[in-house]
Design a protein. Structure first.
Length: 227
């Protein structure tokens, strides 16, 4: 079923190296802002001992083949308790619960089309995992993931059958929390107006599952840029 999404300043994270090489470049861009005191950390050794132990076991289980390709980038310890004690409204203002430990990693594995992909692991004060931006199952083996060039061909064939324009293709990788899947988005430019400073671009994005190489859905997307 086709849906329409309007996205301002959309970030499509694909990089193309040569005609056949597809690499995702979606690096760490900064820590989230919090309206309470935080302590930034540059090493997992700055955390209570149980937290790195839990994180290590999670990565070994859910990202087995990629553990050696994962780099810890940055993290912060959020004073959630102090925030709650002085502000009784913040719990209602946020859609998701805020972890005490917000930890950001990058997966770097060009064999599966990823130059850099940032993901978060969030834990509460007890070490319970509140947020993990990678599927818990099925996406932990390198050989089970289909090469992105084949995924692009699937998207291209689908778009051609639908008579979409396919001359310009951008791509990105996303974690679908509801489906618990990693999904590739191949976005084909259909219409562009304006110039490089003020523009509107319309895309059809073909979403492809990298485990089974089939089209999950198609999305209408609009990118708007301007001063």
């Amino acid at each position: 079923m086709k849906r329409l999404f309007v996205i301002y300043l959309i970030f499509l994270a694909g990089l193309s190296f040569g005609q056949n090489k597809i690499l995702i470049y979606d690096p760490f861009v900064g820590l989230p802002m919090r309206q309470t005191s935080i302590k930034e950390i540059d090493s997992l050794k700055q955390l209570p001992t149980r937290i790195p132990f839990i994180v290590s076991n999670l990565l070994k289980t859910s990202m087995t083949d990629f553990v050696n390709n994962i780099v810890f980038i940055k993290g912060q310890i959020v004073d959630v308790e102090g925030w709650a004690a002085k502000d009784s409204t913040f719990q209602m203002e946020y859609k998701f619960a805020i972890p005490k430990y917000e930890l950001f990693f990058e997966l770097r594995d060009t064999s599966i089309g990823i130059k850099s992909y940032c993901f978060e692991i969030g834990l509460d004060q007890y070490g319970q995992i509140m947020r993990f931006e990678w599927p818990r199952e099925d996406y932990n083996k390198r050989d089970s993931l289909i090469k992105p060039t084949k995924l692009k061909k699937t998207a291209m064939d689908y778009a051609t059958k639908k008579k979409y324009k396919t001359q310009t293709c951008e791509y990105s990788l996303h974690f679908d929390e509801d489906r618990q899947r990693m999904l590739w988005y191949f976005s084909f430019l259909q219409k562009s107006t304006g110039d490089k400073f003020t523009y509107t671009k319309e895309y059809f994005s073909i979403v492809v599952d990298p485990l089974y190489n089939y089209v999950v859905e198609e999305l209408g997307m609009t990118s708007v840029g301007g001063p």
